[in-house]
Design a protein around this ligand. Sequence first.
Ligand code: UDP
Ligand code: MG
Length: 315
Amino acid sequence: MGKKLLSIIVPAYNEQEAAPIFYETVKGIESQMPSVDIEYLFIDDGSKDNTLQVLRDLNAKDERVHYVSFSRNFGKEAGIFAGLQNAKGDYVVIMDADLQDPPALLPEMLGYLESGEYQCVATRRVDRKGEPPIRSWFARRFYKLMNKISDADIVDGARDYQMMTRRVVNAILDMGEYNRFSKGIFGWVGFKRKWLEFENVERVAGETKWSFWKLFIYALDGIEAFSTAPLMIASILGTIMCLVAFIFILIIIVRTLVFGDPTSGWPSMVCIILLVSGVQMLCLGIQGQYLAKTYLETKSRPKYLVQEEKLGEDK
Ligand code: UDP
Ligand code: MG
């Protein structure tokens, strides 16, 4: 039996500077993992710069470098999915192209999987150095909320940097949903998992692809994908309002009986109408969000489209 294969999946969007540095750095520690063969699988997520050409060049230099190039930008989640689908390895690891996921951890991660004790080795960063404070604040709130309202176990600071066995990869691929939220999916599938921690590193080259707004939408998508708690808001608010209304009715009846019926109260009426219709709109909006997600799922469109690929031969 030959050596086992480790596939390194790298989603890359406009990473022409970072990709070669990434390749060289990881190559530098290959010697610390003598027990496996290595395959590099870059997913060019519709980059607008020269990333694809850089990948072609890397492939020409080293035939273990494979790539899939999307027809347009489909997002990092689609990139991860494509990577998992096309990786041939017995072990698979997902890494960012910008070296924010320290390659130095690879041998240790591999060790845990080879020992057979763990099916999955995940990483989390213990700080958020170099990040705007407001972003960190929102991120922390998000993880707290998410863990309260969903049954996917999501760890604060968890990265997509994970190494897993073929069994776990297949489990993740079985989750065919269109709206993919990897942090939730990884937590949802379970399996015996080892956590490694590291300190935040800044990216080596290029710049971050995530604006605050993009992250905010991503967080909302995550909540909608893994929790139906927001749908409860309508029922809860509805109940509260009925109670309040009931109390008001009693008060008004008593007041009318005691003091007669002077015509007043139109400002308060306007306030009530505004409040109630606002709440209705809000609840309708939340339901609409879920309906829209369902709508997209039922279309079952492909999660990505490939314009060019270079994959290894089947083992
Ligand atoms: N990425 C991607 N598609 C996108 C955005 C990002 O494949 O639409 C990749 C990007 O090339 C990088 C990884 O996802 O390898 C993480 O992105 P980035 O470093 O910009 O995010 P940050 O580390 O700032 O959260
Ligand atoms: Mg990064």
